[in-house]
Design a protein around this ligand. Structure first.
Ligand SMILES: C[S@@+](CC[C@H](N)C(=O)[O-])C[C@H]1O[C@@H](n2cnc3c(N)ncnc32)[C@H](O)[C@@H]1O
Ligand SMILES: [Zn+2]
Length: 339
């Protein structure tokens, strides 16, 4: 970590100010601090800095579901090939934030995984704080140790170790539904945004009620679905019920065993038509493998409607600016602004 990160941090337990208690190097802004200790001025708890990352977990040991989440995401992201050419267009489409919205800004990447989208927002001129629960974040160490505009923090979004109102932008791509409560996680993260800041979140969607499904925004080119919408609604519900049933088993399997079982499933993904029985149709085998595993492994995988997410935005004092259009399966994404 660098000294420039310290003013943003707060104790995950009591919200107190954090200070350096011990350090391997003399703290100067340009120096990457490899190891040391942070101490809370309020509750006096100490936190380690290991491999340059402040590890700011809450005091109570993580619940077993959270530990499984940590293990499965570390397993997948440490095996992910790396940044892909599609990362930037996907990031801009999913966050719904224009590329010009990052220059000179301070965004929080809330649940950064291996950091593909942190790299994109950094390339757009932002000083980025990448945050994650799992060891996946360690893949950003080589970049962060060379780059004063990329900060890394490890912890739990349900106890975010940041001061309120410090970030210009917050984005969270496919993360909050993997916590024990998507709503609680959203309501803990939203206060970290400054007044006027943009907050972009997408979470897994559920078909929900007919009223909700039939008013979902469809992506350009998918308007024809409107003609057969009741059938589509039924199919998406059946798919969700089948997938949830399979996950009752897969989320209980040892992580390496499940990963091995994903190989034959991933091979199906290369066969026309049969590929739609799997959870990823990505052309790259390793990416497909990880996307299948990513669907089947995490213990928490909640699904929501756009109405729920919009309600959470309002509750957190954010105006809704945009709703993400999507295909057959709802993907619930909202861009909002802090009042
Ligand atoms: C599906 S991955 C998405 C990663 C990244 N946003 C991306 O799209 O590449 C979900 C990430 O959320 C992280 N995560 C899950 N629960 C978390 C929590 N309670 N606090 C912080 N991160 C969490 C996982 O460790 C994982 O890296
Ligand atoms: Zn404290």
């Amino acid at each position: 970590m660098r000294t420039t990160l310290l003013p943003l941090l707060a104790c995950p337990d009591c919200g107190g100010e954090l200070r350096f208690a011990s350090l391997s190097e003399h703290p100067r802004p340009e120096v990457w601090l490899e190891s040391g200790t942070l101490a809370c001025a309020g509750c006096r708890r100490q936190f380690p800095i290991e491999s340059g990352i402040p590890r700011l977990y809450p005091k109570h040991s993580l619940a077993s579901g959270v530990r499984r989440t940590q293990t499965s995401f570390a397993y997948e992201w440490l095996r992910y090939p790396g940044s892909m050419p599609e990362d930037k267009p996907i990031f801009l489409e999913e966050t719904q934030i224009p590329a010009s919205g990052f220059e000179g800004k301070l965004p929080l990447d809330a649940g950064c995984g291996m950091g593909r989208y942190s790299r994109v927002s950094r390339s757009l001129g932002a000083t980025v704080v990448s945050f994650d629960l799992s060891e996946s974040i360690t893949r950003l160490i080589p970049a962060a140790s060379e780059d004063p505009g990329l900060h890394l923090v490890q912890g739990d979004l349900l106890h975010p170790p940041f001061k309120p109102g410090v970030f210009d932008v917050i984005y969270s791509q496919g993360v909050l539904h993997h916590t024990s409560s998507t709503e609680d996680a959203f309501l803990r993260v939203a206060p970290l945004a400054k007044k006027g800041a943009l907050v972009s979140v997408w979470v897994y969607g559920t078909p929900g009620s007919w009223r909700s499904f039939s008013s979902n925004p469809l992506r350009t080119g998918r308007e024809w679905l409107k003609k057969v919408l009741p059938l589509v609604w039924l199919v998406v519900w059946i798919r969700q019920i089948l997938s949830d049933s399979v996950r009752v088993v897969t989320t209980r399997l040892p992580v390496p065993l499940l990963y091995a079982l994903c190989y034959p499933l991933t091979a199906l993904g290369a066969i026309p038509l049969l590929k739609y029985l799997t959870f990823s149709v990505h052309p790259h085998f390793q990416v497909r493998l990880i996307e299948n595993f990513d669907w089947l492994a995490p213990p928490y995988q909640f699904k929501h409607t756009k109405e729920e997410l919009r309600e959470w935005y309002r509750h957190a004092g954010l105006d809704v600016l945009k709703q993400l259009p999507h295909g057959v399966v709802p993907k619930v994404g909202v861009l909002g602004r802090k009042r």
